[in-house]
Design a binder for this molecule. Sequence first.
Ligand code: NAD
Length: 351
Amino acid sequence: MPKLRALMIGAGGMAGGWIRHMLPRFSSEMEVVGLCDVVPQTLQDAADFLHLPPEARYARMEDAFARADADFAIVVIPPAHHREAVLHALRRGMHVFSEKPIADTWEAAVDVWRAVTEAGRKMAVIQNYRYTPRIMTVKKVLSDGALGRPRYIMARFAADYRVRHSWGRFRHEIRHSLLLEGAIHHFDQIRNLAGADCEWISGREWSPGHPSFDGECMAQYVCQMTNGVMGNYEGSCLAASAQNSWHQERYRVECEDGAVSVGADQVVRVVRHLGGGRVRTEEIEQVRPTYDGHLHIIHDALAWFQGGPAPETQLSDNIKSTAMLFAAIEASERQATVNVREKLRASGIGA
Ligand SMILES: NC(=O)c1ccc[n+]([C@@H]2O[C@H](COP(=O)([O-])OP(=O)(O)OC[C@H]3O[C@@H](n4cnc5c(N)ncnc54)[C@H](O)[C@@H]3O)[C@@H](O)[C@H]2O)c1
């Protein structure tokens, strides 16, 4: 089968990781035939790494989409530019592979969903944290069924970004930075661990007025999933105590016959009450997937673009995590409980 051709939008930051560490693993299935970045030096460095000729290097995405001949676009730029990139890609008949979140507003995310659906193209969204060995191990414990049905999930993200721009410049300058850039992963994970979509969500995001962040960078939410499982989220970008930063988030799933948890030490534990206050704690050996994180989704999406089955994080599923995200923002603004299924329905998206 001929190699798939990709137009890559974004060359620095996370995109640099894609170019240097992830995509080379798939060099027999795909090649980058065009690259775009607004920062000239970043573009040059990454394009040199890819051995791209001058005519395949673009400073503006309009030019990149007008000239590059590709099967799909990879979008790894800040969320405020995602909609523009996806709409350009669809006009050229390309499939799309995008970093999360789908977009920076609910209106833009719905535009993306509608445009992709009407164009009949495929779009996969990166939610790499579903596919880390620690989470796949927690999922395996849950699906094995020995703990019975899940009752509720506690999720904690806590990272010390008290130094301005320590989490990348734009995240300290936008509104809703924790929710848009962080909690989209954690909300998606709650859906993943619950095995259900979000029914309603209530809570607050806020800014305590710290000079590191212009926008909201702390949050606490409660939600209920469509199978009755409850979720509880604590998030902070100003964590001055125990850290549960990236790949160290704490999740605890309380089930009928025990709980399974993972946290900063990466150990998956099952805890069962034996009666009389005695508990038994068991450390669970972690699964070893062939592809984890980003690689898992890239592998699945490339197969999908070539006619294989759709990945879990395809747009039609990921829009439900995105609806949960923007329902959380709305819940905070309106000081209300927001029905996520209603939000999807009101936008014409079947839930
Ligand atoms: N899945 C993950 O674990 C993970 C981790 C980090 C970032 N991300 C996501 O990746 C995306 C990019 O984040 P980042 O931290 O790399 O951001 P960034 O600010 O570092 O930007 C990435 C690159 O995009 C370029 N760029 C910005 N606007 C552009 C435009 N209009 N056209 C072309 N190039 C443009 C920048 O010059 C930069 O080189 C975001 O959606 C973010 O949420 C995902």
